[in-house]
Design a binder for this molecule. Sequence first.
Ligand SMILES: *[C@@H]1O[C@H](CO)[C@@H](O)[C@H](O)[C@H]1NC(C)=O
Ligand SMILES: *[C@@H]1O[C@H](CO)[C@@H](O)[C@H](O)[C@H]1NC(C)=O
Ligand SMILES: *[C@@H]1O[C@H](CO)[C@@H](O)[C@H](O)[C@H]1NC(C)=O
Ligand SMILES: *[C@@H]1O[C@H](CO)[C@@H](O)[C@H](O)[C@H]1NC(C)=O
Length: 353
Amino acid sequence: MTRTAAIAGLLALSLPAQASSGLPFIINTWGGPFTAATDAAYLSLQNPATSALDAVQVGCSTCERNQCDGSVGFGGSPDENCETTLDAMIMDGTTMKSGAVAGLRRIKDAIAVARYVLEYTTHTLLAGDLATQFAVSNGFPLSNLTTAEQAARCTAWREDNCQPNYRINVTPDPKSSCGPYTGTALNSTSPAYKRAITPDASQTSHDTISMIAIHASGIMAAGTSTNGATWKVPGRVGDGPITGSGSYVDGDIGGCGATGDGDIMMRFLPCYQAVENLRQGMSPKLAAEDAVKRILRKYPEGSYGIVVVDKYGEHGGAGSGWTFTYAFRGGSMNATEVVSVPPLNETRLVMQA
Ligand SMILES: *[C@@H]1O[C@H](CO)[C@@H](O)[C@H](O)[C@H]1NC(C)=O
Ligand SMILES: *[C@@H]1O[C@H](CO)[C@@H](O)[C@H](O)[C@H]1NC(C)=O
Ligand SMILES: *[C@@H]1O[C@H](CO)[C@@H](O)[C@H](O)[C@H]1NC(C)=O
Ligand SMILES: *[C@@H]1O[C@H](CO)[C@@H](O)[C@H](O)[C@H]1NC(C)=O
């Protein structure tokens, strides 16, 4: 098939982008329990004194407090040591400034701390214990992010020989044993090495809230908050706090929010790509599909979801490996609507390549 024919086929198979319902406008990854965040952010913008950044913070904080589906905030996605750590980022679409925290320990309000990084430093990203220290010095309370329910889950995981986990090329065999692990010698010229660094399998837990807000004045902001991947290696940071990966916004163009296998997605900066696609004239839907396809070329097995909105509130999404959903509410809508995005068909993608 010629490239033009392939593109024409893709256009024909793509659902049209959803027309804007008007401003102010909120859109975020996932429906279901995540719609409480959409509503909270949308309602906050009914007061014109609330900024787009405020709305993103209100929305993501809602998930941090009510835990959404367990993938945001305290009490979810424990690491191998049963600790929950939080990643969050918030970005201003006017200045392109972003603030983020990664591997934040013992503090519940990750997106609020990210906002402090944005507003009270000239940095972009603070990490780990020192991010905690920054939060405490700004008045955030310390708390235990492990719930009794999560502690019980961790006990069961250890009794099941720490399955699943993210270790590879270590002894003892991570497919049947808990650690401590040591790396096995890798010989980069042996045929076995290719298999050792082959694209890895998809992850077990990867939902995240990523949200974009458009104020009635047209000013945009975006943000992400997540507790990462369940049973991660302690210290792991995913795509969430990475500008251009977890989310991205350029108020002159539009914004994007992502969810999925973060370790893979952050290698492609899919939200940066999607917003640049909008800049080149693609519809939100095509911009999202193109960003996901770039990942699928190398990692067809993972689960990915991307929601894209232009500065007028026209939106579209793309996903693979699962049925991705996103939620939006704008203009005078009385309730949040959820859009279900069928996974991209990999066979079709391979034919196009
Ligand atoms: C945090 O709470 C969990 C669950 O109640 C408990 O198992 C754990 O020991 C607590 N951690 C600390 C440091 O207090
Ligand atoms: C690495 O593997 C290659 C090919 O199997 C072999 O020829 C070479 O001796 C190995 N090098 C080391 C240091 O083991
Ligand atoms: C919202 O609800 C009001 C009152 O029930 C109704 O008049 C209006 O048409 C609704 N608007 C939309 C966009 O559904
Ligand atoms: C994907 O597309 C191919 C080619 O059009 C088709 O044969 C196949 O049935 C599709 N698979 C799914 C899961 O839709």
